[in-house]
Ligand binder design. Structure first.
Ligand code: NAD
Ligand code: UD1
Length: 335
């Protein structure tokens, strides 16, 4: 079975590449390296001890994508490629809509022409907007608060409509919660450009003293310690969820939506403490103002994935903290 990984050089795509190769899939990575580095491909070869086929390609370029589908006979696609910074999406919304929606339209057009009928899509818990209750279930209302989120929402709708029009199609929409951690080899992980927006990369850079201290955004939320609660999931568990989703797509038709989370909520201070204990390093912090657009609590009910995909997250918070730290010592933003 040959699977195309759009954006396969990125954080989640690269970890999924490893798991797919280990599960016996033939994979092809396509990436324009707008938010990843070429040496990821060599690192993947080191981990898997296999050749990794890749194309430097922009998925908004129909001619290039058509050529790719003609050359490779894909059985399925996992569509990771996309821009993902929430704040940036508010300043340059057109770029977000164009990149994230066009790439999906182009892919779907090529899939139709070459009769590729299985697609797994990287959606996000961001489509739940401001949750009225937690844990979040797949059938709860969706709404977004920023252009990035709307691109996920719109892509979900486009994919559902296309699957409705073609009964042979299988669409799996995966709503990720907060992926952190890295591959145990320390060879791949998240390597954000500039100052990180997300909590764990920020913590690891404070721990190396690259950044002076962490700002904890708000301690007056209605949560156990007043700080925001999220469902942090090890990226390797998330990657394994994609292998299950691909298997599911081959056995089912139509559209299915799954939360990929652990079902456990941890506060910002839980994460800071767990990181300090697991790695015996200090993470100095100050309490700062709430960040615009943040919600108090967001965590998954992952039981649908457990039931239908036969998947659940296995790695605990200690492992997530250790692997994030191990990666931080190896990644390029150290140098
Ligand atoms: P990432 O930025 O590390 O990976 C995305 C990859 O796509 C990058 O390698 C980038 O170069 C590539 N890319 C972007 N636009 C492209 C295009 N037009 N053509 C070719 N390649 C392109 O991000 P990630 O964290 O691995 O996320 C993967 C997907 O999961 C994204 O769609 C993201 O929105 C979604 N997601 C991520 C998170 C998270 O916390 N990381 C949470 C929810 C959803
Ligand atoms: C953010 C995005 C979400 C996206 C996800 C993964 C927003 C509003 N949401 O989720 O759409 O899918 O990233 O890319 O941006 N925190 C601090 N200090 C920091 C950084 C974060 O206290 O320096 C806190 C936040 O307030 C939050 C928690 O840590 O309570 C997690 O934040 P973050 O890692 O940015 O993820 P989300 O906001 O959940």
């Amino acid at each position: 079975m040959k699977v195309l990984l759009t954006g396969g050089a990125g954080y989640i795509g690269s970890h999924t590449a490893v798991e797919l190769v280990e599960a016996g899939y033939d994979i092809v990575i396509g990436d324009n390296f707008s938010n990843s580095k070429r040496d990821v491909i060599d690192r993947l070869k080191k981990i898997t001890k296999k050749e990794i086929k890749f194309y430097e390609i922009d998925f908004t370029d129909y001619e290039a994508v058509d050529k790719l589908f003609e050359e490779e006979k894909f059985d399925a696609v996992i569509h990771f490629a996309g821009l993902k910074a929430v704040g940036e999406s508010c300043s340059i919304p057109l770029d977000y809509y164009q990149n994230n929606i066009d790439s999906t339209l182009v892919l779907l057009k090529a899939m139709k022409k070459y009769e590729v009928e299985n697609i797994v899509f990287s959606s996000s818990a961001t489509v739940y907007g401001i949750p009225k209750e937690v844990p979040l279930k797949e059938n709860m209302p969706t709404f977004c608060t920023n252009p990035y989120g709307w691109t996920k929402y719109m892509n979900e709708q486009i994919l559902k409509d296309v699957a409705k029009a073609n009964p042979k199609m299988s669409v799996v929409l995966l709503r990720y919660f907060n992926p952190i951690g890295a591959h145990e080899s320390g060879l791949i992980g998240e390597d954000p450009n500039g100052i990180p927006n997300n909590l764990m990369p920020y913590i690891t850079q404070v721990a190396t003293k690259k950044l002076p201290l962490l700002s904890v955004f708000g301690n007056d939320y209605p949560t156990k310690d007043g700080t925001g609660v999220r469902d942090y999931i090890h990226v390797v568990d998330l990657a394994k969820g994609h292998v299950k989703a691909i298997e599911f797509s081959f056995k089912n038709r139509g559209t299915e939506v799954f939360n990929l989370g652990t079902g456990k909520g941890y506060s910002v201070l839980d994460i800071v403490k767990a990181f300090e204990t697991a790695n015996e390093v200090e993470v100095p912090y100050v309490i700062a103002e709430r960040r615009d657009g943040d919600v108090a609590e967001c965590y998954a009910d992952p039981s649908k994935a457990e039931q239908l995909l036969k998947w659940h997250a296995e790695r605990d918070l200690v492992q997530m903290c250790k692997d994030s730290w191990n990666w931080q010592q190896n990644c390029t933003n150290n140098f």
